[in-house]
Ligand binder design. Sequence first.
Ligand code: ZN
Length: 393
Amino acid sequence: MTSLLLKNGTVYDSAQGIKGQKLDVSVQDDIIVEVAQNIDSRDFDQVIDLTDKVVAPGLIDLHCHVFHGFNSSGVHPDVAGVGSGVTTVVDGGSAGHSNFGGFPAYIIPNSKTRVLCMVHISSTGLSVMPELTTIENIDVDQTARVVQENYPLARGIKIRAVGPTTETIGVEIVRLAKQAAINSKSQLMVHIGELYHEGKTLTQELLPLLTHGDILTHTFTPNPGKIIDSDGKVLSEVFDAQERGVTLDTAFGRYNFSFDIAKTALDQGLVPNTISTDMTIPGRQQSAHSMTEMLTRFLALGFGLADVIKMTTENSAIALNMLDSIGTLMVGKEADISVLSIVDGDWHVSDVKGNILPTNKAIIPYITIRSGDVITPDFGPHPWGFLPTQNMS
Ligand SMILES: [Zn+2]
């Protein structure tokens, strides 16, 4: 039995209505046992003073690529995860039914980070690109079987509604992916951004197929299948989908996050549910950088600290239908905790177009607690660490 006390931190846990209160959190082995003021530190094996630090439920990255060693761009789960202040990563369909076995056999046993997966509707996932060139690349029954056999590791089906098949086959590929989700009683995650013929984008065509629990990722993509129409209005289908319980995720990726689209959508009252990275090896080096930098981008867009934490904890857990086990510091839950530093300064964050927003607060990881183990973050994605670019002018 080992006991850990996190002392004097400022706690945010939207699932419990805690919004920036000074509270202590105690952990016994891998379980949260108390969240309260002034817990006596005498009986604990380890006490960490977190004065001036933010204590949040373990951050959840709802979309990243961690099929490390299998796909050339797959980052190690602990690089995207515990090394970056994140305790749960969701692989966004790096593997399909034919190679999914790599996750339970090799990725999971070598990861401290909690890894969950979407199984790509393409048989080989993203190990061959483009992943869908003909309808022969799709096997609905096999994909549904792999999701069911690997539950709860496998959470649902992924499709990238982009690429050559969307021109030849169109929305039918999304319908097949949705069928696999229905057959496996799971959820569908759809990557949007494609143009389609006759004035309607594929995004407009596929949105009505999504039902409660499905996830739309890349909500703020600037690409042709974006959520804004030619008159600058957010598509009514997007509001309708969110109303039905579709999660609007904002994965950054290398090409799929625009501050202009974000501002246009926010101005019209569309608030996304979750924040994620779409992390890959090049994405870490060149674009998204880190989960905490994603949070900083949303601060720059005008969101508050409580909002961005909620969007990466409670909301992401709800999106996975897992709020009973992750996304909160509720007593009795597994001790997944992200401790963050808020650093004042003159910072710049950028979108995929190279547009820049200033912000005077940056969020970086301080320590990560995963199932009770205290982990120090790695150095970070930039030559100088986790902080965003500093304004030199
Ligand atoms: Zn992705």
